[in-house]
Design a protein around this ligand. Structure first.
Ligand code: HEM
Length: 401
């Protein structure tokens, strides 16, 4: 068996299929993906329990699979270990609550019913309604960065705190508990302490409702379990992804001076270039695997009932059939249609909010700190995957100014 952490791990084992390659960086995907796109539409992928499923690398098939309801989110199986992830060590009541509201393990009508309860809070209009608050948070964090001794880590002082503070604000975590939220979700704490925190915030919003997501949830007609489960998913989903994208896009701009010039020459283009930021800095090497619920065919490609299927947004977003010269970071291109937020019924629920956060953070950094320069970034080297779902974390981005 090949060592999954070895750079050569994308060499196919004739019996067990490929493992996901670990030689890509967040800005430069492994050559494995370009090779696979030349080499057919689906590719054997070995999952952690030893079974072989299918990897989708081209944009058209990726989009078609993600929008096809004949694929289920269950059973939850992963291409990276552990084969059968142990459930979090929390009480049985908490485990039941977490499962009942976890959008990423629900299908069909139940998924739609639960997701509908948060729709109005995450529309374009709702996200833009947070712009002034987000702008103020971004300005404060840039000030904090500039108060550090040089050089300093932009991920620690800008990317992580903006994502955590905005998440807390939108969800309805009271100001005096934001540091606890950061402790649980950025620095990490036990599963039980984290779910206790979620229950406490939900309880608080039952008695102190406000203009925020969790206050809506407690009034939405969901069961108590579903409210806790959905609140838990929302507290964790996307927080790290926003931090990752701010950090990684900054590295992309600092290593592409001509694109940085384009942005600073014309700051009003910032909202339009967010799609290229997302495409070029894609965080998900593969999404949560889907399972075919029946024998089916899409665009001439056959899937059998029970097949595990992993879609790679990193690969789809570098597909030359969809994005000409895909390796070029180009703020002038139309990157609309990228799959960095997934697609279909499980496409990212918070993507409009994420767009505003990333635009404001990048805008604040590059307009306020014209001398910003890269000293070093973990993103420039292969980063270990952050999760059993193969994503990247925001590495340290050391900057000078
Ligand atoms: C740059 C930032 C973000 C990225 C790259 C991102 C990416 C994604 C992706 C790829 C998925 C789909 C996973 C799959 O299909 O397997 C997803 C789902 C989800 N995201 Fe995001 N996300 C981001 C920000 C956010 C934010 C700010 C929130 C707000 C709470 C959020 C909440 C969610 C939720 C709740 C789901 C599950 C949707 C469902 O299953 O119906 N995300 N995200």
């Amino acid at each position: 068996m090949t060592d999954p952490s070895s750079p050569a791990d994308h060499i196919r084992c004739p019996v067990t299929g490929y493992t996901l390659p670990s030689d890509g960086t967040p800005l430069q995907p492994s050559p494995f993906f370009a090779e696979r796109r030349q080499d057919g539409r689906v590719h054997p992928l070995r999952y952690a329990d030893g079974h072989v499923g299918k990897l989708v690398t081209d944009h058209a098939l990726a989009r078609a699979v993600l929008s096809d309801q004949r694929f289920s989110q269950l059973p939850r199986r992963f291409p990276l270990g552990p084969a059968d992830p142990a459930p979090p060590s929390v009480t049985a009541d908490d485990l039941r609550a977490l499962a009942s509201g976890d959008l990423l393990i629900l299908d069909g009508a139940k998924h739609d019913r639960i997701r509908k309860t948060i729709r109005s809070r995450f529309t374009v209009k709702a996200a833009r309604g947070h712009r002034e608050t987000i702008r103020a948070i971004a300005a404060e964090q840039v000030d904090i960065l500039l108060a550090q001794p040089k050089p300093a880590d932009l991920t620690e002082h800008v990317a992580e705190p903006i994502s955590a503070r905005v998440h807390a604000h939108v969800l309805g975590i009271p100001a005096e508990r934001v540091q606890d939220y950061i402790q649980h979700y950025v620095h990490g704490s036990s599963a039980q302490a984290t779910v206790d925190f979620v229950r406490e915030i939900v309880g608080y919003r039952r008695t102190e409702p406000g203009d925020n997501v969790i206050s809506d949830l407690v009034d939405s007609g969901l069961t108590d379990d579903e409210v806790v489960g959905l609140a838990a998913v929302l507290m964790s989903s996307g927080r790290d992804s926003v931090a990752y994208t701010i950090a990684t896009t900054t590295v992309a701009l600092l290593t592409h001076p001509e694109q940085r010039q384009r942005l600073t020459d014309n700051p009003s283009v910032a909202p339009a270039v967010i799609e290229e930021f997302m495409r070029y800095s894609t965080m998900f090497v593969a999404l949560f695997p889907r399972t075919a619920t029946e024998d089916l065919e899409i665009d001439g490609v056959r899937f059998q009932a029970g097949d595990s299927v992993s879609v790679s947004p990193v690969s789809a977003n570098r597909d030359a059939e969809r994005f000409p010269e895909p390796e070029r970071f180009d703020l002038g291109r139309d990157a609309f249609g990228h799959l960095a937020f997934g697609f279909g019924p499980h496409g990212c629920a918070g993507q409009q909010l994420a767009r505003v956060e990333i635009t404001e953070a990048i805008g604040a950094l590059f307009s306020r700190v014209p001398s910003l320069a890269l000293v070093d970034a973990e993103q420039l080297r292969p980063l270990p995957f952050a999760h059993v779902v193969p994503t990247y974390r925001a590495g340290a981005v050391v900057v000078d100014w």
